[in-house]
Design a protein. Structure first.
Length: 218
């Protein structure tokens, strides 16, 4: 089992205070949880712990820049809470549902939500492609995800959870343009429109986050 001593946990970078505002303390507590309990339970690899702020927490939090005020958001395949938890802390006006199929991860998410008193977050265990899960969760203005699946498959899972005139906003890497071209037929078949690639967090991060926004057309 991998252990991290509290003394090894770095202080938050200056950008964290700007992004999280009055929720900075909760963001620090979430970081500590990922670095200790998250690492010990296998949700975070040892190499990721020193770079949790930049590569995991802050780059997830800034995707709220392209989400409407007061929106309902569903985070598909939330894992250890990324991007949903940082997003909830940076944008407390959002109403966020964390969807996670694995028991040990959904249990952890429930613990984090309780410990941080996140009244704008709920956890639902299940797979996005299951009809029962879709009925329980309902439809949201935004469905988001991070490193879950190739874009075509991700659309087939996410679009049924997107409300009319809503959008899927997924965190993606440098290959997103290739994915948009390769999976164009699957995106259209799932009801998605033309994808728009955006870079967010430029005012706070040395390396902005890349997201793709795909509107729901039907």
């Amino acid at each position: 089992m991998f252990h991290v001593k509290p003394s090894d946990i770095p202080a938050p970078p200056p950008a964290a205070a700007r992004i999280f505002g009055e929720n900075l303390g909760k963001a620090v507590a979430y970081h500590a949880s990922l670095a200790t309990a998250g690492a010990e339970r296998g949700f975070m690899g040892p190499r990721e712990v020193p770079r949790l702020w930049e590569r995991h927490i802050l780059n997830c939090a800034v995707i709220g820049e392209v989400m409407p005020e007061g929106a309902a958001v569903t985070d598909v395949g939330s894992g250890a809470g990324l991007p949903g938890i940082p997003l909830a802390l940076a944008r407390p006006d959002l109403r966020i549902t964390l969807v996670e199929p694995l028991l040990k991860r959904s249990v952890y998410l429930g613990e984090v939500v309780r410990e941080l008193s996140l009244s704008n977050v709920r956890v639902v265990r299940g797979r996005a492609e299951d009809k029962a899960l879709r009925a329980e969760v309902g439809r949201a203005e935004v469905v988001t995800s991070r490193a879950v699946a190739p874009l075509g498959k991700l659309c087939t899972w996410s679009m049924p959870l997107v409300a009319h005139k809503g959008a899927m906003i997924a965190m993606k890497g440098a290959s997103v343009h290739e994915e948009l071209e390769r999976d164009a037929d699957a995106i259209r078949a799932s009801g998605g429109g033309a994808g728009e690639v955006m870079r967010v967090g430029a005012d706070h991060l040395a390396e902005p986050t890349t997201v793709v926004r795909i509107p729901k057309m039907r």
